[in-house]
Design a protein around this ligand. Sequence first.
Ligand code: AVJ
Length: 323
Amino acid sequence: MENDRYTCIALRNAQDTLADDVRQALTAPRKWLPCKYFYDQAGNTLFDQICELPEYYLTRAETAILKQHADHIIDRCPPELTLVELGSGSSTKSRYLIESCLARQQDLTYYAVDISPAGLENGTRQLLDNYPRLRVVGVAAEFADGLGYLTTHASGPRLVAFLGSTIGNFTEEDIARFFTMLRRHLRPMDRLLLGVDLIKDPAVIEAAYDDAQGITAKFNLNILARLNRELSANFNLAAFRHRAVWNHERGRIEMNLVSVRNQRVRIANLNLDIDFLQGETIHTENCYKYSQSGMDSLLTRHGFQILGHFSDPQDQFCLFLAS
Ligand code: AVJ
């Protein structure tokens, strides 16, 4: 991008992690795939379409909260703030925080950390056009690497936004690791803004992950298409079916790809053949939902102090502000 207010840094993992991760996950006793691999270019486009679906209430609810409360959130942060967003995607929600910051300070640096470098450029171009006093640093990296980079580079008090219920993908151990790392990196003047999808009627949640137009199914199946493209696999997408079920005990949606018949798939680049039985699943994603008190106790247990809760009128979604 040709703009003197835009910088992009790519923090690449040294090894070829896709190949290694896929080999490990698909040869495990219970087959699975890491959900971070949803987000190639096609996956990003599909995810943006998911956010517009009538059934997918999450993005609308969170956007409504930010529209209404961005000023209140920024009010509870120190002046001369630096904005950091982890998993910024197409950066559509951050504009509300950016506007509130720019209403009270001369200029603002926005660090957008995302696993997908293409998404970073597209998302932030619009922001730079709209806000002449904004500088953007795109950091193409995984969360842990991005956060490490930022704590040595982003100066001033920071607001670290982790929106969209991305934390819903984390297991309890992932959360423990992530919160511990955040706690280590954040200083008392820094703030965490965490977007969390709240527990509600399972039928509403299941519909959000199995929409009538089949976009979520396409999004789920795209991970197999990606393995076909990038690892020269020969998955037949018509031979796998999308399934999303609410697991009550664990408080999470489980997304799976179900093999419709016995079949063998070849992943040429891994020199690997994988056999599937009819009905066998590839577990592709967990989306945990929380009660407000449940997330409060996770945050406080990891040494965070809660400064505020911001929810939509229907209490579907909640932003937690902590320090
Ligand atoms: C990007 C992880 C927040 O869990 O709601 C949407 C991903 N998966 N539909 C979510 C997703 C299926 C999404 N997050």
